[in-house]
Design a protein around this ligand. Structure first.
Ligand code: ATP
Ligand code: MG
Length: 170
């Protein structure tokens, strides 16, 4: 049994993440998705709750044909013990997939196998780009899996993001 671990904030989960997980699903038996900064929501950089992000990712991953776990991971703000924190919250895993330099560094120091997935169309498959399109009223739905767009609609996510990005009521 080989399990692979992939972590992100997923604000929101988009096609770049999805293409990476499609690839991971061909290399491992089970996938563990860690939802980073799980405790934060309703901010311009992190609009969605951990629960909402679980709904997005669950909907998108059902089609991959691999057993998967989705685990919210609150920040502990102590990098030196972060790998132990992650391991204490997840099923055992053998391989870590990440391009985040800090994540790569911490897992490598802990002696884990780390693989670097390719970046897919980063100029558009990007949480920052998608959140900006949502605020500005641009087209963003084609940048996320259909299941994710449905969840965002269900929770009125675009309205929320626009509301919290406004200046103080004068
Ligand atoms: P933000 O702009 O809010 O930081 P993001 O698109 O970088 O959003 P994250 O949740 O921060 O998304 O990323 C989780 C992981 O997914 C990171 O390791 C990141 O490098 C990777 N990732 C992000 N976009 C892509 C992409 N287009 N292709 C492949 N990997 C990606
Ligand atoms: Mg990022």
């Amino acid at each position: 049994m080989r399990r692979g671990f992939y972590i992100g904030r997923f604000q929101p989960y988009h096609m770049g993440h999805h293409l990476v997980l499609e690839q991971i699903s061909r290399e491992v038996d089970e996938i563990i998705v860690g939802i980073g900064t799980a405790q934060i929501s309703h901010t311009v950089t992190d609009p969605f709750t951990a629960g909402e992000r679980i709904a997005m990712i669950y909907g998108a991953l059902r089609e991959l044909g691999r057993w998967f776990y989705i685990i919210p991971l609150p920040d502990i703000n102590r990098n030196a013990v972060w790998v132990s924190h992650v391991k204490s919250m997840t099923p055992p895993f053998e391989v870590v997939y990440s391009n985040n330099p800090l994540v790569v560094e911490l897992f490598t120091e802990a002696g884990m196998e780390v693989r670097r997935p390719p970046m897919y169309r980063r100029e558009m498959y990007s949480g920052t780009v998608i959140r900006k399109l949502m605020i500005d009223g641009g087209d963003w739905k084609h940048l996320v899996p259909e299941a994710v767009a449905k969840v965002i609609e269900e929770i009125k996510g675009v309205e929320r993001l626009r509301n919290i990005s406004r200046k103080d009521f004068a």
